[in-house]
Design a protein around this ligand. Sequence first.
Ligand SMILES: *[C@@H]1O[C@H](CO)[C@@H](O)[C@H](O)[C@H]1NC(C)=O
Ligand SMILES: *[C@@H]1O[C@H](CO)[C@@H](O)[C@H](O)[C@H]1NC(C)=O
Ligand SMILES: *[C@@H]1O[C@H](CO)[C@@H](O)[C@H](O)[C@H]1NC(C)=O
Length: 448
Amino acid sequence: MPFFFCLTFLVLLVIPYLFFWVDYGKQVVSHVLPKEKIVSVIENLNTPSTNHEGESTLFKESTFLHQHAPADEESTQCNPGNALLKVFMYDLPPEFHFGILGWNGDGKSVWPNIRAEVPHYPGGLNLQHSIDYWLTLDLLSSRFSDRSAPCSAVRVEDSREADVVFVPFFSSLSYNRHSKVNPPETVSTNELLQKKLVEFLTSQREWKRSGGRDHIIMAHHPNSMLDARMKLWPCMFILSDFGRYFPHVANVEKDIIAPYKHLIKTFVNDSFGFDNRSILLYFQGGIHRKDGGSIRKQLFNLLKGEKRVHFAFGSLRENGTDEASRGMHSSKFCLSIAGDTPSSNRLFDAIASHCVPVIISDDIELPYEDVLDYSKFCIFVRTFDAIKKGFLMTLIRSVSREDWTQMWQRLKEVEGYFEFQYPSKKDDAVQMLTRSEGCQEYFGWSSG
Ligand SMILES: *[C@@H]1O[C@H](CO)[C@@H](O)[C@H](O)[C@H]1NC(C)=O
Ligand SMILES: *[C@@H]1O[C@H](CO)[C@@H](O)[C@H](O)[C@H]1NC(C)=O
Ligand SMILES: *[C@@H]1O[C@H](CO)[C@@H](O)[C@H](O)[C@H]1NC(C)=O
């Protein structure tokens, strides 16, 4: 749903909402897979990416990227009056956010003075779930008078003016860094922080007012918020997928799927086309024994004899990313296979490498799927088909140079939507997400 329509409907529907309280939260939404996207693959390979008027049809609604933007957003400034989303952010103590990164402030202020210095986020694997950090920085800077980046969300001081309430808990980092129990303590800091967060939130008037429905809580790592999610689920979660959630706790109707931050280097000025990429199919990733991940092992056995296929296990540790960057930049197709959850950072690594993603994950949900037509630059293969002998290689070899080149070019067009950065840039991941939050809010309020 493009934001433009959202905004219109928001106005039309908020007013009735004031009169009819819809207990949306109790509604159990069964999650239906968009199977048609898997089937659409092969058909789409031969469709041109432009319609008869020569406009790009990468977007499901071609109006989306043009009409959502007020004129001033074309400039590089943030105009708070025109921001699409007004956000109230709790001033949680630093132990919930930048404190986990080692920032302790002066004991008085809750937030770092990011004009002077932005606390550093270390590299490594934790970076893939660092969305907490980028969204929070964006909100903190949204009112800077000299902000150079455009904004789709601005922070407001009075929660009654806000469209949504943002909970700045770096939950993925808390899971990654604080899950160990250090005796004599009996619970981990990660559990303790979640407990404190639940107590804090449920006692706030903002929470009581909406039952939490207008709250945005980040839980991008599949294991983050493991305890608190069961108590806070009427909120809107920002997630990588729904793999480890009960359908009533998280679902496509109320929650937001966000990209991972890619670990592979962005391929800047990529002129490495079809002939330059000597590897046909690339995969580098962990072996997972659980759930959907067993397919990685099966595929390995199927593909291990094939020529020009790189299929290796081992996660991208610090010094592995250089090698993997070279590998993916030199490959035509990159596999993104379900790991122990349906989503995987390999998809976003592939996009940054302009290596056409071949997605094998029947339960995957994709970021901004309502507006972005992934079948124009990705190939979807059902697990059932992928493990048939010869199927995958025959499919990939059948993609012509022209079709591949078209997808490669589209990848270069869309890669910006998956970049996390501070300051954020127009239409990057931070801005795409704050836009969809506005939409979700509308959906949450009006459904049922
Ligand atoms: C990419 O190309 C631009 C324009 O030619 C140039 O200014 C820039 O330095 C290049 N960047 C890299 C990393 O090669
Ligand atoms: C890519 O391949 C083409 C055709 O073989 C060649 O002319 C070009 O120099 C190559 N580009 C790079 C960057 O290697
Ligand atoms: C990582 O670095 C070490 C030391 O330089 C090297 O021996 C090892 O092969 C590297 N691993 C990868 C995956 O590149």
